[in-house]
Design a protein around this ligand. Sequence first.
Ligand code: SAH
Length: 213
Amino acid sequence: MNDLPKHQGQRQQLIETLKAKGITDTTVLEALQQVPRHFFMDPALAGLAYTDKAYPIAAEQTISQPYTVAFQTALLALNKGDKVLEIGTGSGYQTAVLLQLGVEVYTIERQNELFKKTQLLFRKLGLRPKKMVFGDGAKGLPEAAPFDAILVTAGASEVPHALLEQLAQGGRLVIPIGQDEQQMTRFIRTTATSFDKKSFGTFRFVPLLADKN
Ligand code: SAH
């Protein structure tokens, strides 16, 4: 796979679009400038990689829209070296953006086809999440908790309590909540027992699925 000057130019255009839509976090924009989104798309759709849209990947799932990736990543307020849990590995694009920001990534995917495909792709690209897990991310990853940040990339009907419990103090959980459309919601763990909750507008995600087992 090649990342050509043509692609880099298209990414520059995309970054301008994201700025125009209100993304201001320069660290996040820089990370999106660095990650070749076309590596993570179905080859038949790769030509569309730098339009600001979600596209189908395998197993009836989608690669998130760049705006959404930038928006959610900015809400995580990451620092280099943070321990981050991502739920919904999907294409691996969001994972790659997180890795580009210098954080330690644990990522969970529930569709085996996607899990295997993206695991192979990461090997090919030399991308190294700390751990990739096949399973139900609504349960979090208790053995690796606490996390500085948790990102859910599928729409949840309500916030899974396991995820709140697995936040470090000061930790951020970013999760779209709702049925047909979702409110982007951020929880910050302020003390052992209290959370600050805030909403950031309406988005549309594929649903967070219940465990298959
Ligand atoms: N970050 C991904 C988003 C993919 S869409 C990307 O940009 O490519 C959301 C993903 O969440 C899908 O791959 C879906 O299979 C996965 N998913 C849904 N429910 C899940 C669950 N309970 N646990 C883990 N992954 C889940």
